[in-house]
Design a protein around this ligand. Structure first.
Ligand SMILES: Cc1cc2nc3c(=O)[nH]c(=O)nc-3n(C[C@H](O)[C@H](O)[C@H](O)COP(=O)(O)OP(=O)(O)OC[C@H]3O[C@@H](n4cnc5c(N)ncnc54)[C@H](O)[C@@H]3O)c2cc1C
Length: 568
């Protein structure tokens, strides 16, 4: 064995969660290897479109028909366009089989999807950790809020979260650096909601954009968010948290980090005699050569479906169904968030009011249905996000037309429009699963993943409830022209496009019904940890990535302790 290939820790994937594992291990003094299938992306230097104006793009930032036809999945994604396309994985890189329609959105580069994410962050509370028990679905979470609260703080203080302290029991406060503000119409709607519904709260969204800045972010060389809303191109100011601007440079500074790029991890290697994993085997994406890297501990952070794939593909005589998969549950209980419902409306008046900047968040309403009483005819809950804007599309340079149309557009501001969306808990079900094809492989010769994931009646009942409650709230606030849209029915929106895929390698108390213990450690292979979304038992209604980061930091701390005592 080549000694250069032997590390204390291997982290698979350099994205949002993997970069946290890398930072934590490197800071604790462990020689850490991050293996990334995509290319290197260095902060600032590798953001080629970050400062480009619309007229500098051949198609003024629109997606072309060719883009959409060539990339049927990502072509539909809201953030995919000429300015961001280079951070999305394009068709052909890793084919998969949709047994049921599922849009698998991937970002294959150093930094992963942390470059693309919309940065909304809310903590879970015990309402989410106890949801499977309260609604009698799934298995019990082996942790509660108290086990993760300090890890949320640890992550938030470093990355910088904007928001207010709101004292809401089912959306605990974050450590914050400042807050963005609601505009006049949003304040009006929020106040009408508070007046008519004492149990409901409308707060400014919490997000990983720096509305203010503290010493911790200044030390990272980052500056305050400029509200340009060009985040998905990579932010040269470090105005939002990405692995590239924050965690990876910190890991690098320690001298303990090695990053190997353009290398696809195909499997984790298991030694039956030693009863542990010894390393990973990788395929070089350029010349297809294979290599083995070894380490004491392996963290899988390849993003939910790829971590499932790697484990399913890590078959040995001891684990013929995939690493650690003694109970046959690996790949099952895949879940996601229900984004089907949206509501639109107009708000009369407020013509003398305007706002400045392109704020990177909305107004959020923490879940209120089925929280303090279980009243609704569906299980789980949903949060609501809404925003109000002047019809500024008329003033967006890429939409202003030419000649007379351009001049007209310059002088028109338009009335206020309001949009509202839901983010609902999709209950984990055994039949929502991924598995490997036994006949088709991708271009690297790795078995293709089959996705078999769909909505069910609970999701539809939840959406109908959102339509009813959302419409009533907007009406009470004085909105007009209210309409609802089921984006699945109307536009064929499929699961996956929300990019909140979770599950398949779930945590749990019992090795009979779960794959990982309370510290994200495999029950049956103690030196392998899975800390991306694959570990999730249920989805809650909150945006998930803050929880992935907190779980990762917590698990890294646990693994580090076991390494120091020689148990790993
Ligand atoms: C447009 C958009 C908006 C979003 N908005 C939000 C939001 O507002 N809030 C929120 O919480 N979440 C949001 N998300 C989701 C968020 O980006 C993900 O939850 C998060 O990035 C997941 O972190 P991760 O580390 O698991 O995966 P990633 O960040 O995707 O990183 C995984 C890394 O692993 C690498 N990899 C994969 N397979 C292999 C392999 N076999 N070998 C080696 N490397 C591999 C990938 O190339 C990638 O770099 C959004 C996502 C998108 C795309």
């Amino acid at each position: 064995m080549n000694l250069n290939q032997d590390f204390d820790v291997i982290v698979v994937g350099s994205g949002l969660s993997g970069s946290w594992a890398a930072k934590e291990f490197c800071e604790k003094g462990f020689k850490t290897l991050v293996i990334e299938r995509g290319r290197m992306v260095k902060h600032i230097k590798d953001y080629p479109t970050a400062n480009m104006d619309p007229w500098e793009f051949e198609h003024r930032i629109h997606k072309t028909r060719a883009d959409v036809e060539l990339n049927p999945g990502i072509g539909e994604h809201y953030a995919f366009n000429e300015s961001t396309s280079h951070f999305y994985m394009h068709t052909g890189e890793q084919d998969y089989i949709q047994e049921k329609p599922f849009q698998w959105i991937r970002g294959y580069q150093v930094g992963g999807k942390s470059l693309l994410w919309a940065r909304q962050t809310q903590r879970w509370s015990d309402y989410e950790f106890t949801s499977p028990q309260r609604f009698d679905y799934g298995i019990d979470w082996p942790i509660r809020y108290k086990d993760i609260a300090s890890w949320y703080s640890h992550v938030e203080k470093f990355i910088g979260i904007s928001g207010t302290k709101d004292g809401i029991d089912n959306m605990p406060d974050s450590e914050v650096v400042g807050a963005f503000e609601m505009n006049a119409v949003e304040k009006h709607i929020a106040s009408a909601i508070h007046q008519h519904y004492p149990d409901r709260k409308a707060i400014i969204g919490r997000c990983a954009n720096l509305a203010g800045i503290k010493e911790e972010q200044i030390k990272q060389g980052r500056t305050q968010c400029m509200a340009r809303s060009m985040c998905e191109r990579g932010c040269p100011f470090g105005g939002y948290f990405s692995a590239n601007s924050s965690t990876l440079p910190y890991a690098e500074k320690t001298g303990n980090l090695t990053i190997v790029t353009d290398a696809v991890v195909e499997k984790v290697l298991y030694d039956e005699k030693l009863q542990k994993a010894t390393g990973v085997s990788v395929i070089d994406t350029k010349d297809r050569s294979k290599k083995v890297y070894t380490a004491k501990v392996i963290f899988l952070n390849a993003a939910t479906l790829n971590s499932n794939l790697i484990l399913l593909n890590s078959r040995s005589s001891y684990f013929p169904q995939g690493l650690g998969n003694k109970n046959g549950l690996l790949g099952k209980y895949i879940t996601f968030h229900n984004y089907r419902g949206t509501i639109g409306a107009t708000m009369p008046g407020f013509e003398d009011k305007y706002y400045y900047g392109r704020r990177p968040t909305q107004v959020f309403m923490p879940a209120f249905r089925n929280i303090h009483s279980e009243a609704a005819d569906f299980k789980g809950s949903y949060l609501i996000a809404f925003s109000a804007q002047r019809e500024t599309w008329k003033r967006e340079l890429d939409n202003m037309g030419l000649g007379a149309a351009f001049k007209d557009a310059l002088s028109e501001v338009g009335g206020w429009k309001v949009s509202m969306m839901m983010q609902g808990e999709v209950l984990p079900r055994e039949e929502n699963h991924v598995r490997l094809s036994d006949s088709q492989v991708d271009k690297y010769g790795i078995p293709q993943l089959i996705t078999s994931v769909d909505y069910d009646d609970n999701d539809i009942a939840m959406m109908e409830d959102f339509f009813k409650e959302g419409t009533a709230m907007l009406r009470k606030a004085g909105c007009e022209n209210i309409y609802t849209v089921d984006r699945h029915e109307s536009f064929g929106r499929q699961p996956g496009l929300e990019v909140h895929d979770m599950g398949g390698v779930r945590m749990g108390h019992d090795p009979q019904t779960s794959l990982l213990n309370a510290h994200n450690q495999m029950h049956h292979c103690k030196n392998v940890f899975v800390t991306d979304g694959a570990c999730m038992i249920s989805t809650g209604n909150q945006n998930p990535s803050l929880t992935f980061m907190a779980l990762t930091a917590r698990a890294a701390d646990y693994a580090a302790t076991l390494m120091k005592t020689g148990e790993l």
